[in-house]
Design a protein around this ligand. Sequence first.
Ligand code: HEM
Length: 516
Amino acid sequence: MGLLELATGFNIAVLLVFFLLLVTLRVLFSCWISPTLKYWKIRRNGFGGPTPSFPFGNIKAIVKMSGDSSLQSSNSPHDIHSNVFPYFAQWQKSHGKTFIYWLGTEPFLYIAEPEFLKKMSGSILAKSWGKPTVFKNDRDPMFGNGLVMVEGDEWVRQRHVITPAFNPINLKVMASLMVESATNMLDNWTTFINSGKPEIDAEREIIKTAGEIIAKTSFGVSYKTGQNVLEKLRALQVTLFKSNRFVGVPFSKFFCPKKTLEAKRLGKEIDQLFLSIINDRKKSIKGKTPQDLLGILLQGSPVDSRLGKTLSQQELVDECKTFFFGGHETTALAITWTLLLLAMNPEWQDQLRDEIREVVKDGEIDVNTLAGLKKMGWVLNEVLRLYPSSPNVQRQAREDIRVDDLTIPNGTNMWIDVVAMHHDPELWGEDVNEFKPERFKGDMYGGCKHKMGYLPFGFGGRMCVGRNLTFMEYKIVLTLILSRFSFTLSPTYTHSPAILLSLRPNYGLPLRFQPL
Ligand code: HEM
């Protein structure tokens, strides 16, 4: 071997060692040095919490406690906090209602204390809040950069474009489509019951119908196209949330490559479906005044054109995904949990039926009549208190935030535990776990001792944009169901509220229906 070859071989070896050293340093920095420095900074600022071990943070403890049935409450069926979030319930006992826990190397400030939330959020503009980057990356195939995830001036722009889609005139048009879809569902139920099968999985049926409603009212697409999108969105939801995927752990995408690829594939397929829906609409929209969400998105808004910008193709797709998913599942679950609570409390079925007879009489359901269904409004509020479809709200600090003598460092994620606050006896009293819709009579906070203790639709300028649509759909569907059927719980029902992004009954909701 010549001297030159020897020198070249030596150089390659040196380069290789140097490269390996760099990789090792990078891994060491991401997995251990950087989170340890962040950890001590947070400790110096006065926050406590369970001790993390990097690079997993507190994920191992979360997994362990999630599988430990001895931590679950058996006091009342509605006392669900320790069932759905056993780790938070345990950590609250030792660290109080605000503490730091770690998902991998990402610090999360846990908040179940409304006064702290008020002080923390009081001085922050809606557009200055971040959404946890780690969730944005993880949930990208589902929401992309749609309204739920976007920040800053982009969020202002998108929110301005979207808000007109939910004005009263547009909602009125949507009402008749809702009546149509819900009536079809109930006609099918009647056929089913008449064939000697009184038991129906109400959760499955309601989710299907809510999907059909959003497909028709917001996108003007057929039931079949809507079902195709929904099935793919559902598969994506299961892929993303059914099992723990070490969110927040550096390089975790490489731990479960199969799931990462599956989520990407489904995300792309959903994008393609929306692209063809968008292109079809572009061809048919010319010269027409847009009334549904997709039409409004395609047209843009005055604010939009002043800024000289319209939504790009990918932004349109992301917005469609966000609304298709967000616009049906949360409302469907609110109706589902209502049917459970009404089956358990038949006297409330009677009260609502009496109210419907008084307010709607035999007339047609329209938006103006719905406002008269006051008791139904209390029931919705109480259902969203006990079983909030969105069980948490998330933020990320984009600057250091002072709360009394504490500083929340820039970059800290926040996990606001809505289930915990809605079930806190200190805020609601000793009857906190009882179904009592009358607590909302004449009081939109249901007697909660703190206005930020009741957050079914979030808070501040980022509060849910679809809540009026929800009130309307909820009242229409429930009015039609209660007018045609009474119902009881099936003996096969198993009470097991669980989180799959939203709060849902783990084994569906089998009910027995009797036509009236
Ligand atoms: C029972 C029904 C619903 C519940 C419980 C619910 C709950 C929520 C919550 C908790 C948030 C987060 C707010 C925050 O970060 O402070 C939110 C945001 C949002 N919701 Fe809803 N939602 C419901 C229905 C709907 C419907 C029907 C739509 C669409 C048609 C919708 C679209 C959205 C969007 C786009 C956002 C993001 C708003 C923003 O960040 O500016 N939601 N919702």
